[in-house]
Each structure stands twice: as structure tokens, then as C-alpha cells.
Ligand binder design. Structure first.
Ligand code: ATP
Ligand code: MG
Length: 609
């Protein structure tokens, strides 16, 4: 998650809310207060002026009435008026004029500088209205200097007769000046209050936002799998309790996570280390889990195969649909063998089902049964081979014995011949059975070797000598053997059998006048013994097969030569039991070399000196 910018943070929102609240409150207060104050100040101002004008009107009325009955020594009316008005110069009053009722002439003014208007007619409509109606008039206007002026015209009355009027122009601007000053004080106060609120709200908001920010950080850390953090608890209020709940939630989540993780690890190690392949699917048959052995067996990569259909993964599209697979109770044999290698798998399928019967998916366990099948196959082949090998001599013997029983025993020429054949066949059968017994002994591993240190060169010479002495064909022997002794630890009887078989094969397949070469090669850890002939050779594709039981390259011809196909199989078992290997090289039509190795420790001759 990305970081919350300052302008989007809850912190700023708090501050803005506080400041706005204060601003609105101050606005409402100031509007109400200032309006009220303005009215009050205005009224006070006007009342004060009116009061003093009323008093003046009273005096003037007296003076005007007195004027009508003059006495000796009295001042003229103008003089009286001006004397009275001279007291009327206050800060709030601009000018007071007294106007005569009938002539509308100015009788007096409080403004000393404005004496020139005395005796002049005042054309003020307000004065005229006041005099004609006998009603008090007032008006507010702004003069040339931009000041607010309040004009009050008060008629001077005696009973119902209008004697004149007092025209007062007052500086109501003073009231507004005062208001302006108060407004200024108010604005400054508001500004200070706002600034203070802003600072306080920043601090105050922190007490709320800090735990929230903490929790947010922890939630982010938890999302990344880090449960080690703890939220600091700042108090016992709702946020404090939220933090506590958050902490306990974290702990529980951590425990749950650990349990899940543990289970997952157990399952995954079971799946990884089991040798059988396991594939799990969802209820639509899509692969959701496949372990390494299964991926290896099917030769697919675990990543790419996820969510493909199991039916196509196992290559069963032609035989099964997913629904049919769910119904399958028997295990399925999957044969993936091709010309390169054999692969036969057995798939056991079980359905994951809820108690309600709802199918959640399917688990397939794959078991590699290639080896098992191969052994089965070999066993079948072996039994077939043995029966076949025994049947041939038995059939031959039966026909010869039948012929003898039918009267041939009386024929002096035929009878010995026939008996000879049956004897040969019997011997062949005995040889075969002996070979089989030997192989079976070696298979069952209860074979005892009588190993001793033998000079292999001397041993080799003795065997070749024996063959040279008994051989009936026209074959020459060539020995390429070292002059010194090569000691190996072997069972001489068994190795004699191995050599006998290889050499007799070489003689059997050598042409007239051919040559058989015997050689020894000393390698670092092995002695390589080779026997080469110049016979018809072995086709390349059969080079490894000749070591299989009953395997013969050309069955018809070799049987004529008396072989059973077990000789090299026995040789192979024996060489391997000695810790060596056996192999064949051949050029078709040119000859064959059979070689085997024996473990050997090279000793320098100097060692003995
Ligand atoms: P056995 O040795 O039991 O009497 P065998 O000689 O036929 O019978 P192996 O010795 O196991 O059986 O040999 C297997 C086959 O390998 C032979 O039948 C033959 O076809 C082939 N083979 C073995 N040695 C040679 C060789 N030197 N030249 C050509 N083919 C050979
Ligand atoms: Mg042989």
C-alpha cells in the first residue's frame, strides 16, 4: 500500500475541521454581536442628541415667547439664541442652527465660522417639512468629506403653533469609527483564536492519529508477514482499547499463521520426500498441486502444469472423461513407454468428498511400476525360454526313443547312433540345468567366493595352454601378455569358468585359419582382459544383449553349435560379483572382442626391492 500523503491524512482533516468550526462560531458571534452593538450605539447616540435638542427647544420656546413681550434691558432674540448655541459645541455635534418659523431665516448657529448664514433663508426641505407638519424629522447622509452625518430637525412648538425649528447635524461617523475599532479588535481576536486552535488541534489530532498511524503501519507489516511489531497503547479510551484488541488480534493471527505454516511445511515435506507422485485437482479436474516425483514421472514442469486438466495431463482423453475418472475404483495402468525408454505408471485415484457428497476434487497417486513390470516380463520370458530349451532336446529324444522302441534297437547300425544322440541331448539338458542352477544361486546371493591373490598372467597362460592342447580347429593363438606378474584377488574357479566360456565362444565363431588374440591392459585401478577373434562379429544393436540370459544372435545356427545362451550371462554375473564389468566390441564380419575388467592395485616393481 502506498504512503498516505499529508494532504490526504486524517491529521490535516482534523486541523481543518477544528479551524472551520472556530471560524464559523466566531463569524456567527461577530455578526450577531456587531449588529446588536451597532443598533445600541446608534440609538444611544441619537437619544443623547435628541435629549439635548429637547432641552434646547424648551429654552428657545421660552426665549421666542419672551421676545413677543419685550422688556427693558432684554437682549435681542438673535443674541439670546447665539448665546444658548455657543454651549452646544460638543465632539459629536457639527453644527446647530435655529430657524425662525415664519420666515425660515436662520436665527443662530453654533458654528462661529458659519455666522455668514445668519438671517439667510434656509432652503432645507427637511426644515420646511418639520415646520409645516410640526413633526420631528431626521435623515442620514454622507457629506463631501465622506463622513456620515445625521441630521435632526426638531420643531419648536408652543401649544400647536410652530415657532421655529432646530437643525442639528451630528457626526454619527464617530459611532461607525467606534464600531470599526471594535471590529478590528474582534478580527484580531478571531485570528489569534484560529492560530491557537490550529496549533492546539495539531497537537490534539496527534493523540488520535498517532495510534491510528501506528495501527496502519502494523497492518501493513502484517500484510508482509511481520507479526513481531506491537502497537503502543497511549491510553484507556476507545482508541487505546482498539490498539489492545489489535495487538491481541496480531498475536492470534501469528499463532494461526504459525500453525498453518507448520501444517503446510509438514504436508510439503511429506509430498516432496515421498517417492510416489501425487497430483491433486479441484472439483473441475484442474491440477492445483503436483509434487516433484509426479512432475518427474510425467516429464512436465510443476509451474506450467498447474490448472491444466488432469485427464489431458495423464493422456487419458481417449479413454476417460473427468466424470468417468471420478467413478473409477480400480487403479489405472499408464504405459508411457517409447522406443527410447520404458515407463509404466500405476495411478490410484481417490475422490475428496464432503460428508454431504459434494466432490471437492481428486487425488491421484502415481507409482512407477516399470521395474516391477520388467521383472514380471523377464520372468515370463525366462519360463518360456527354459521350457523351450528343454522341449527341443526332449522332443528329439522322444522321437529317437520311439524309433528304437519301434524296432530300431535291433538294427546294429542305427541303434548305437540313436543312443548316442539321446545321450548328447541328455548331457545338454544336464548342462543347461546346471547353468540354471548356478544362475539361480547367484541370484539368491548365497554364493560364496573363495577369493585369493593370484598372478593373473600365469593364470591366463595356463588356461590358454589348456585350450591350445585340446583345440581341434585350425586356429592360431596370439598372446599379448606382460612379462611381469599382475596380482588380483579372485575366485580362480569362477574366473576359469568365465574365461572358458569366452574362449570357447571365440573358438566356436572363429573361421578356419583364424587367429584368437589374448591380451591384458593395465589401467590405474583395473586390469582389462580381452579376447579377440576374427569371426563373423556381432551386429552393433546386439552388443549389450548377448549378456542377457538365453540371448543368441542367430538362434538356429548357435543351437547347432550347441549353445544355450547362458554362458555370457553367467560370465557377467561373475565378473560383476568380482567388482568388474564386461562388454563386447565388434566389427560386423571382421571379428569380436570380449573384454572384462577386474579391480587391481598397480604395484611398482620397486616396491619389492
Ligand atoms: P553357451 O555358452 O551357454 O553354451 P552360447 O555360447 O550360445 O551358449 P553365450 O556364450 O552366452 O551363449 O553367447 C551368447 C551369444 O552371443 C551367442 O549365441 C552368439 O550369438 C554371440 N556370441 C558370443 N561370443 C561371440 C563371438 N566371439 N563371436 C560372435 N558371436 C558371439
Ligand atoms: Mg558360450
Amino acid at each position: 500500500m502506498n504512503k498516505v500523503g499529508f494532504f490526504r491524512s486524517i491529521h490535516l482533516k482534523f486541523v481543518i475541521i477544528y479551524v472551520l468550526l472556530i471560524l464559523v462560531a466566531m463569524q456567527i458571534v461577530s455578526v450577531y454581536f456587531v449588529r446588536q452593538l451597532e443598533t445600541t450605539l446608534n440609538n444611544n447616540f441619537k437619544t443623547t442628541i435628541e435629549d439635548s435638542v429637547n432641552l434646547l427647544a424648551y429654552y428657545l420656546e421660552e426665549q421666542i415667547v419672551k421676545e413677543r413681550f419685550p422688556e427693558e434691558g432684554d437682549l435681542s432674540l438673535e443674541e439670546d439664541v447665539n448665546r444658548l448655541l455657543s454651549d452646544y459645541n460638543s465632539a459629536d455635534i457639527n453644527e446647530v442652527q435655529v430657524i425662525e418659523g415664519d420666515s425660515l431665516k436662520v436665527l443662530g448657529t453654533s458654528d462661529v465660522e458659519n455666522r455668514s448664514i445668519l438671517g439667510q433663508k434656509l432652503p432645507d426641505p427637511l426644515v420646511r417639512l418639520a415646520i409645516s407638519t410640526g413633526q420631528e424629522q431626521n435623515n442620514e447622509f454622507i457629506n463631501d468629506a465622506g463622513q456620515r452625518i445625521w441630521v435632526l430637525v426638531k420643531p419648536i412648538m408652543q401649544d400647536d403653533e410652530v415657532l421655529g425649528a432646530i437643525h442639528v447635524s451630528a457626526k454619527i461617523e464617530n459611532v461607525y469609527d467606534q464600531l470599526r475599532e471594535i471590529n478590528n479588535i474582534f478580527s484580531t481576536g478571531t485570528a489569534i483564536a484560529l492560530a491557537l486552535t490550529a496549533v492546539l488541534s495539531v497537537l490534539l489530532a496527534q493523540t488520535i492519529t498517532r495510534p491510528i498511524t501506528d495501527m496502519r503501519k502494523q497492518a501493513l507489516a502484517m500484510a508482509k508477514g511481520n507479526y513481531s511489531r506491537k502497537v503502543k497503547i497511549y491510553g484507556q479510551d476507545e482508541i487505546g482499547q482498539l490498539a489492545m484488541t489489535f495487538n491481541s488480534l496480531t498475536r492470534k493471527l501469528q499463532e494461526a499463521q504459525a500453525t498453518t505454516e507448520g501444517e503446510r511445511r509438514k504436508l510439503s515435506s511429506v509430498l516432496t520426500y515421498m517417492t510416489d507422485g501425487v497430483i491433486a485437482t479441484d472439483r473441475k479436474g484442474r491440477v492445483i498441486l503436483i509434487n516433484e516425483p509426479a512432475a518427474d514421472m510425467l516429464n512436465v514442469s510443476r509451474e506450467t502444469v498447474l490448472s491444466t486438466s488432469i485427464v489431458s495431463l495423464l493422456g487419458l482423453e481417449e479413454d476417460y472423461t473427468f466424470e468417468e475418472l471420478l467413478e473409477e475404483r480400480e487403479s489405472i495402468i499408464l504405459d508411457y513407454s517409447d522406443h527410447k525408454e520404458n515407463l509404466i505408471l500405476r495411478a490410484n485415484i481417490s475422490v475428496i468428498q464432503k460428508e454431504t457428497g459434494f466432490i471437492n476434487g481428486l487425488i491421484t497417486v502415481l507409482h512407477d511400476i516399470t521395474e516391477q513390470e520388467k521383472i514380471e516380463e523377464e520372468r515370463r520370458e525366462f519360463v518360456a525360454n527354459v521350457s523351450h530349451e528343454l522341449r527341443t532336446p526332449l522332443t528329439t529324444m522322444r522321437s529317437y526313443l520311439e524309433a528304437l522302441a519301434d524296432g530300431a534297437w535291433q538294427d546294429k547300425n542305427l541303434a548305437p547312433n540313436f543312443l548316442d544322440v539321446t545321450q548328447t541331448e541328455t548331457e545338454r539338458m544336464i548342462r543347461l540345468v546346471n547353468d540354471l542352477l548356478q544362475l539361480s544361486k547367484m541370484d539368491s546371493k548365497d554364493y560364496q567366493f573363495k577369493k585369493e591373490w593370484i598372478d593373473f598372467v600365469k593364470f591366463y597362460h595356463r588356461i590358454i595352454d589348456r585350450f591350445e592342447f585340446t583345440k581341434q580347429q585350425n586356429v592360431t593363438f596370439e598372446r599379448r601378455l606382460p612379462n611381469h606378474a599382475d596380482f588380483v584377488e579372485i575366485d580362480a574357479d569362477k574366473l576359469t569358468q568365465v574365461m572358458d566360456n569366452i574362449i570357447s565362444n571365440a573358438l566356436k565363431y572363429s573361421p578356419e585359419g583364424g587367429k584368437v588374440t589374448f591380451s591384458i591392459e593395465e589401467r590405474d585401478q583395473f586390469l582389462i582382459i580381452s579376447i579377440s577373434d576374427e569371426g563373423m562379429g556381432i551386429p552393433k544393436e546386439n552388443l549389450t544383449k548377448i549378456f542377457d540370459r538365453f540371448y543368441r544372435v542367430d538362434k538356429a545356427r548357435t543351437r547347432k553349435l550347441g549353445g544355450t545362451g547362458l554362458g555370457l550371462a553367467i560370465a557377467k554375473e561373475m565378473v560383476e560379483a568380482h567388482g568388474g564389468e564386461i562388454w563386447a566390441d565388434s566389427v560386423d564380419g571382421k571379428g569380436t572382442t570380449i573384454s572384462f575388467s577386474l579391480p587391481y592395485v598397480r604395484t611398482e616393481e620397486d616396491d619389492w626391492e
